[in-house]
Structures are given as C-alpha cells and as structure tokens.
Design a protein around this ligand. Structure first.
Ligand code: G3I
Length: 331
C-alpha cells in the first residue's frame, strides 16, 4: 500500500514525523521514516538548551546527525523551536534575571535560523507563548519571555528569523486548541488575538502549528475545531498539524480496543483538518510506538506503553496508520 507521504502528495499535502537522537540509532526506524514521510523535524535537538547549553559555544552535532542522515536526504526539514519558555538554558535564565533576556533571545533566533539557512525551510519561531489563564492583560503565558518584552519581543523574534533566512516559512506553534472545553475556548480566542496583533504589526508570520496532542475520551466537536481553523485561514495563515500523537491513557489494556479507538479519534480530528484548504500537512510526534514523552508525562495507570503512533514497535502499520491514510485519501 502507498505510503503516507505518497498519499499526502496526491492531495498537495505533506506527511512528516519527528525524529529523536535515540530513534536515529535504529536503522529500521530510519528506513520506516524514509519510506512513510516527506518531512522530518528534530524532536529536541534544536532546542536552545541543546544547541547552546553553554553561552557562546554552539553544539549542533545532535541536530546535524538528524538533519544530515543519508536516509533523510530527500526529505524536507522543519525547525522546532527557536523560542520556547521551556527550553531556555540556565545561563540564559540568568540573562533574563539581569535584564538582558530580550537581547539574548533575539541573538538565539538569529543564530539558529542563520545556521540552517536554506536547509530548514520552516521554523516554529515561537512555541506555546499564549496562555490567558495566567491572567496577563496581553494573554501571554507568564514567563521570563513575556516579562522581558511581551508582544514586542514576540514580534521581534519573527522579524529576526525573517532577516536570518528570508525564504523560511515562519510559524507560531501551540497546543490545547483541539477540544471543546471552556479553557480551550479561551485559549483559542487568545491565540487568534495574538496572531491578529502580529499581523497588525506587519510581522512576517506565515503559519500556525496545531500541535495535535490528542487524548481519546476528550470532547472533540467538529464545528468548534473547524471554526478555529477557518479563523486562522481568514488571517491569511497556513496551518500545519505539527506534533500529532493520540494518548490512550484512559482506555483499558486490550490492544485491539485501544488501537481501534485511537484510530477513530484521530480520524475525526484529521477529517476536519484536511477539509480546511489552508492546512498544508500533518506531522506526527514520532512514527513508531512507544512515545517516551507520553509514557513519562501522561503515563497510563497500568504503566503499559501507549499505542499513540502510526506504527507499532516492530514498525508494522497499525489502525492509526490506516486512519491517517484514509483521511489523506479523502482530503
Ligand atoms: O537526553 C536526556 C538524557 O540524557 C537523560 O538521561 C534523561 C533523564 O531525564 O533526560 C533526557 O532528556 C529528556 C529529553 O526529552 C530527551 O528524552 C528531557 O529530560 C526531557 O525533558 C525531554 O522532554 C521533551 C520535552 O518536549 C521537553 O523538551 C520531550 O522529549 C519532547 O517530546 C517534548 O516535546 C514537546 C514539544 O517540544 C512542544 N510541544 C509539546 C511536546 C510534548 O511535551
């Protein structure tokens, strides 16, 4: 059966996956990625604490190992992430405390985007900056980044990225936008307000990344999600699903049951996404089970590994793979 990338391409879309350093060591994983995907993103290796753990001493080795793997030569490369409050190295936290956070952040953006100029064609410039529940009037998450420069700093990050690589497509990326709940309603509204503010300032921003960390059992409402995507498109933004995985945290242990429900849940979500013409593609957060971050941060009560990704641990296609394939076919 045709790969996900082939199916995506037929519809003018893209299918990609994240790759981590640990996964890169597995030849069968590298082969599966090369077979199924047309785009890769390093899961952690481009984050600030990985590329500049010590000030002024860049370490691109782990990222380059992924970017330059021979198997991935023909694949498109996405960058994740230039600026994220959870990836600030300790020395840079000290810069924020000393009132120099803005300068350090903009230097970081220029350095990382310039280093991969022409090679990484799409960047998550800013990740997870909006969180209205924190109570700031500007809707930003209450972090050192917001305290240092607020919306002006966010805008300058996009400008700095654009100067460092004028051809790169620049995204704002966030989670908790998929489901119908009061918290996510407010989050979606605040994200749209943020993006409008960027547009009003003539910021070079080209897209919004819907992370898509799904959980079976959460309340998904087609109309709510479709409306959000339409609002993004109306701002003249492209949309990419950037980190999809499907947690089966609340389901019983039975494999067949879990796989079926995971597939159905993803299908519901993806059919809405691919119905929106501004959506350019899908990236999954890993291609094959297990998902280390889900099993660590959203562990099942029985501690079994989750079945959150399209392939099983032997790289065989699962019902989630089929759901993605059928949804792409129907796009
Ligand atoms: O590499 C070290 C290893 O040497 C050490 O033994 C081990 C012990 O804790 O930690 C390892 O580093 C971990 C790293 O993942 C690699 O596995 C970090 O502690 C851990 O914090 C890190 O978690 C990552 C997380 O982002 C924080 O950066 C996850 O892998 C990654 O999947 C997750 O991805 C995020 C996206 O960037 C943004 N959206 C949400 C998504 C899920 O949280």
């Amino acid at each position: 059966e045709a790969s996900l990338a082939t199916r995506a391409r037929r519809k003018g879309l893209s299918f990609g996956t994240s790759v981590s350093t640990a996964e890169l060591r597995l030849p069968a994983l590298r082969a599966a990625v090369a077979r199924e995907a047309d785009l890769i993103v390093a899961q952690n290796e481009l984050k600030w604490w990985n590329t500049e753990a010590r000030r002024g001493q860049p370490t691109y080795g782990a990222a380059d190992a992924i970017m330059n793997a021979p198997e991935f030569e023909a694949l498109t490369r996405r960058g994740h992430t230039a600026v994220w409050y959870r990836s600030i190295p300790d020395w840079a936290k000290a810069e924020f405390s000393a009132g120099r956070g803005e300068a350090a952040t903009l230097k970081r953006v220029r350095d990382i985007v310039a280093h991969y100029r022409g090679r990484i064609v799409e960047w998550d410039v800013v990740n997870e900056a909006v969180w209205p529940a924190d109570g700031r009037p500007d809707g930003l998450r209450d972090t050192p980044l917001a305290a240092a420069g607020g919306l002006d700093l966010m805008a300058d990050c996009f400008r700095a990225a654009h100067e460092a690589d004028p051809d790169a497509r620049l995204y704002y990326n966030d989670y908790a936008v998929e489901y119908a709940s009061p918290g996510e309603d407010e989050h979606r509204a605040a994200i749209l307000t943020f993006l409008e503010a960027m547009k009003r300032r003539n910021v070079p921003i080209h897209g919004f990344g819907v992370q898509g960390h799904l959980t079976v059992g959460n309340r998904f409402r087609e109309r709510v999600f479709a409306r959000f995507l339409a609002d993004l498109a109306a701002l003249d933004l492209k949309i990419r699903i950037t980190e999809m995985d499907v947690s089966d945290q609340r389901l019983p242990a039975d494999f067949a049951l879990r796989d079926g429900k995971v597939a159905d849940h993803a299908r519901q979500f993806l059919d809405v996404a691919f119905d929106q013409p501004a959506v350019v593609g899908l990236v999954t957060w890993g291609l094959a089970d297990p998902s280390p971050w889900l099993d660590a941060e959203r562990a099942r009560p029985d501690r079994l590994p989750q079945r959150a990704l399209p392939l099983d641990r032997d790289f065989a296609r699962k019902p989630l793979w089929t759901a993605i394939a059928r949804s792409l076919d129907g796009a």
